[in-house]
Design a protein around this ligand. Structure first.
Ligand SMILES: Nc1nc2c(c(=O)[nH]1)N[C@H]1C(S)=C(S)[C@@H](COP(=O)(O)O)O[C@H]1N2
Ligand SMILES: [Mo]
Length: 498
C-alpha cells in the first residue's frame, strides 16, 4: 500500500473539511453562548455549573429566567454572533448535515481503497515512537517520518484520532442533544450520563477540535509552510510556492464564506431558513415521524423539584391573570374551539378528571441548552381533541397564551406568545396539556394554570400559561405566519426536533 502519496479525494476532503469546521465550530460557540455553562446534573441549577464562559452572576432577590443567561459573543468567534441562536442553529445543522454526508463518503472511500490503514498504527511500537517524537518536538527538532509513511508516529496517532474517533464522538454526542433522539432513547442517554454530561462531552469535542487546529497549524509552520501546503494541494512536496499560494487562496475563500454566512444571517435571515428547510428538514421530518418520546425510564427521585426548575420567560402580568391566580383558577376555563364539531370548555378540575391520574416524566431540552427532568400531570392533547372532534381539513392546533411579550418581558417585544402544533404532533401520545407537577398544582413560573408539553421538540414550543386552544386549517395568517412567537421573531424553526 502506498501511503507516501495523498490521493486527490483525500486532499479535496481536507480542504472542504476546513470550511465545514470553521462553520460548525463558530455556530457551535453561538449555541453554547446562549447558556454558557456546563453542568453535570440534568437539573442545571444556577450556581451548580462546573464551568462557565461568561462573567454573569446569578442575580439574587430577582427572578432569574434563563433568558438572562444569554451571552453576547462577537461574530468573530461565533456565527452569526450576538446571541442569534436561531440562525446559529441553522448554520450548525446545515454544516453538520453536509459534513456528516461528506465524512461517510470519505470513510467509505478510505476503507474501500485500504487507505484507512495510513491512520491506523501498524503495531504497538508506534505509541513508543510517538512519545519520542513529542520529546523531540519539545527540543525543536522535527522528527523523521516513519518508513513508508509521509508522517511520523505522533502525527499518525493524531490524524487517526481527528479523522475517525473525534468525528464519531461528535456525531454521537451531537445526536443526543436532540430532544427527539434523547427522549426516544432515554436508556442510552442515561447510560452516557444524561443530557448535561453528554452536552459536556460534546463540548470536550469542541475543545479537542480547537486544540487540534492550533497544534496542526503550528506543526505545518514548523515542518515548513510551502512544503506542507504543497502536499495538501498537489500530493507531493515538490511545488512549495504554488502550493502555498493556492492554499492561501483557499483560506481566503473560507474566510469569505464565513463573512458571507455571518452577513446573510443578519441581512437575509430568510435565505438561511430556506437553506435549512432544504437540507435539514428531511431529517427533522423523519425524527418527527419515527421518534416518539418514551418516558418509562425515570423515577420520582430523578425529577427536578419544582422550585429548582429553571424557567424561561416572564409570567403574564395582566390583572385578569393575577385575579384568576389568586382565586386558585376557579374562574379559569380552557376553551378548545375553532375548526371542531363541538367546541368545549374545561375547568382545571375537568382536566384533572379526564386525566385520570396520568403523568409523564421527561427531559426538557431548551434550545439554549439548559434542561430539567419534569414530572407532568396532565391530559394527552389527543384525548381532548377526541372530545371536540376536529373537522375535515383541520391541520394544526394553535395554543394561545396569556403572556403578552411586549408587556410582560423586557427582553422581547411582539404580541402574545403562541405556538402551532401540526396534527401529527398534536396526536402523539406524549403531547400533553399539563396542569400539575409531581401531584401539586403547576407552579406559576412553569406555566400555571396549564401548559403544553411537546417532548420531542425543543423547549420553546412547549407554550406556558395557556389561555385557549384553537383548531385551524392554516397557520400562515396568525402572527407573522411562521407558526409561533419565536418562529416569528427569532429565526426559530417550528420543526425543531434537533
Ligand atoms: N408563554 C410562554 N411559553 C414559553 C416560553 C415563554 O417565554 N412564554 N418560553 C419557552 C421556552 S424558550 C422554554 S425552554 C420552555 C421552558 O419551560 P420551563 O420554564 O418549564 O423550563 O417554555 C417555553 N414556553
Ligand atoms: Mo428555551
Amino acid at each position: 500500500m502506498d501511503f507516501l502519496q495523498y490521493p486527490w479525494w483525500l486532499r479535496a476532503e481536507h480542504l472542504v473539511n476546513i470550511l465545514f469546521l470553521t462553520i460548525f465550530i463558530r455556530s457551535g460557540i453561538e449555541i453554547l453562548g446562549t447558556f454558557p455553562k456546563l453542568h453535570r446534573s440534568i437539573h442545571t441549577q444556577p450556581g451548580k455549573q462546573w464551568a462557565q464562559f461568561s462573567i454573569k452572576e446569578k442575580r439574587h432577590h430577582k427572578f432569574f429566567p434563563v433568558s438572562g443567561e444569554y451571552e453576547d459573543y462577537s461574530p468573530i468567534v461565533s456565527l452569526p454572533g450576538h446571541g442569534d441562536v436561531g440562525q446559529g442553529r441553522y448554520w450548525h445543522f446545515i454544516s453538520v448535515v453536509l459534513w456528516v454526508a461528506m465524512m461517510i463518503v470519505y470513510w467509505v472511500v478510505l476503507i474501500a481503497t485500504g487507505q484507512i490503514m495510513r491512520y491506523i498504527p501498524s503495531d504497538w511500537s508506534v505509541f513508543g515512537q510517538a512519545w519520542q517524537n513529542i520529546v523531540s518536538y519539545l527540543a525543536f527538532v522535527v522528527p523523521e517520518p516513519m518508513d513508508g509513511y509521509p508522517f511520523n508516529a505522533v502525527q499518525q496517532l493524531f490524524y487517526g484520532f481527528v479523522v475517525i474517533i473525534l468525528p464519531l464522538w461528535m456525531m454521537v454526542t451531537g445526536a443526543f442533544q436532540s430532544p427527539a433522539i434523547n427522549n426516544h432513547f432515554p436508556r442510552i442517554s442515561r447510560a452516557m450520563g444524561g443530557r448535561q454530561v453528554i452536552r459536556t462531552l460534546h463540548w470536550w469535542g469542541l475543545a479537542a477540535y480547537l486544540m487540534f487546529v492550533v497544534i496542526h497549524v503550528l506543526m505545518v509552520i514548523l515542518h515548513g509552510f510551502g512544503h506542507e501546503t504543497s502536499k495538501m494541494i498537489f500530493g507531493t512536496a515538490s511545488y512549495p510556492v504554488a502550493g502555498g499560494l493556492i492554499f492561501g487562496a483557499a483560506l481566503v475563500f473560507i474566510v469569505f464564506c464565513n463573512v458571507w454566512a455571518t452577513k446573510s444571517s443578519t441581512n437575509h435571515p430568510a435565505w438561511i431558513a430556506r437553506l435549512n428547510n432544504a437540507l435539514v428538514r428531511p431529517l427533522t421530518r423523519f425524527l418527527r415521524k419515527y421518534s416518539e418520546a418514551r418516558t418509562t425510564t425515570y423515577e420520582a427521585k430523578d425529577v427536578t423539584p419544582a422550585q429548582n426548575h429553571r424557567a424561561s420567560g416572564m409570567p403574564p402580568s395582566s390583572e385578569e391573570y393575577m385575579a384568576m391566580l389568586c382565586n386558585n383558577w376557579d374562574d379559569y376555563v380552557l376553551e378548545i374551539g375553532g375548526l371542531v364539531k363541538t367546541p368545549m370548555r374545561f375547568s382545571v378540575a375537568d382536566l384533572r378528571r379526564i386525566s385520570d391520574g396520568y403523568f409523564q416524566r421527561t427531559v426538557h431540552h431548551c434550545v439554549q441548552g439548559f434542561s430539567s427532568l419534569g414530572e407532568w400531570d396532565g391530559v394527552p392533547l389527543e384525548r381532548l381533541l377526541a372530545l371536540v372532534e376536529p373537522l375535515e381539513g383541520a391541520s394544526d392546533v394553535v395554543v394561545q397564551c396569556f403572556q403578552n411579550m411586549t408587556r410582560d418581558d423586557d427582553l422581547y417585544s411582539g404580541s402574545y406568545y403562541y405556538e402551532t402544533v401540526p396534527m401529527v404532533e398534536a396526536t402523539q401520545p406524549k403531547t400533553l396539556i399539563a396542569f400539575g407537577y409531581q401531584g401539586e398544582e403547576l407552579p406559576m413560573k412553569v406555566g400555571a394554570p396549564c401548559r403544553l408539553r411537546l417532548e420531542t421538540s425543543t423547549g420553546f414550543r412547549s407554550a406556558k400559561w395557556i389561555e385557549r386552544i384553537e383548531v385551524v386549517n392554516r397557520f400562515d395568517i396568525i402572527g407573522n405566519g411562521k407558526g409561533g412567537f419565536f418562529e416569528d421573531t427569532d429565526s426559530y424553526d417550528r420543526l425543531q426536533m434537533i
